[in-house]
Design a protein around this ligand. Sequence first.
Ligand code: BTN
Length: 230
Amino acid sequence: MITHLAEVGSTNDWLLARAADLPDGHWVITDRQTAGRGRRGRVWNDGSGNFMGSVLVRADGPVQQLSFVAALALHDALAGITGQGARFALKWPNDVLLDANKCSGILLERQGDALVIGIGVNLAHHPDGTERPATSLAAAGMPVPTPRDLLTHLVATFSHWRGQWAEQGFAPIRTAWLARAAGVGSRIVARLGNESPEGLFAGLADDGALLMRLDDGSTRAIHAGEVFAL
Ligand code: BTN
């Protein structure tokens, strides 16, 4: 159920390569990652005390919603392990913020009927010079759990929220995600490559798109891109 590696290129790659042979719910974590990937082509190599792990999921239906299930689970695991849940918040689509700075990342990748959800968390340290400010639990003055301790919490919270999703669909996930989200109702800009619409962060659509209330009163669904507070 859990594989703990000393070093690997990418925990997502490790699971994707074994997806046909491993059961649903298999987790892999590693102490060091040398060819890790982030969203939007970014590199996510890491080591020495940070969390790098992935879980294999076989599920039918709108599996992109599991991105929100994973973010919720990670939020609740960090809140539970630190006892300081009020300092963590969610940012669309699936970042967990600590004191408004990025402390984790989630990357979903699919291969056939297998979905791999990869999670990285800055526990002991964080990168400098990132596009948006990053932090870690250590930098925020919190006690630093071991990756294995975090995994224990995460296995439980992921199982809880995945169960809610399987039984009741996206509605409870959307409600819980929005209750933990930073800046609902506040002004944001979406950077979409060729345009940068501005408006109010108005919620989440059924497919997980971010809903933006534009100044002309219409609502626009943002399916991909980066969103920034104004
Ligand atoms: C992001 O860009 O915010 C997502 C980062 C995801 C990183 C994690 S670390 C474990 C897993 N393996 C990878 O190669 N990437 C993910």
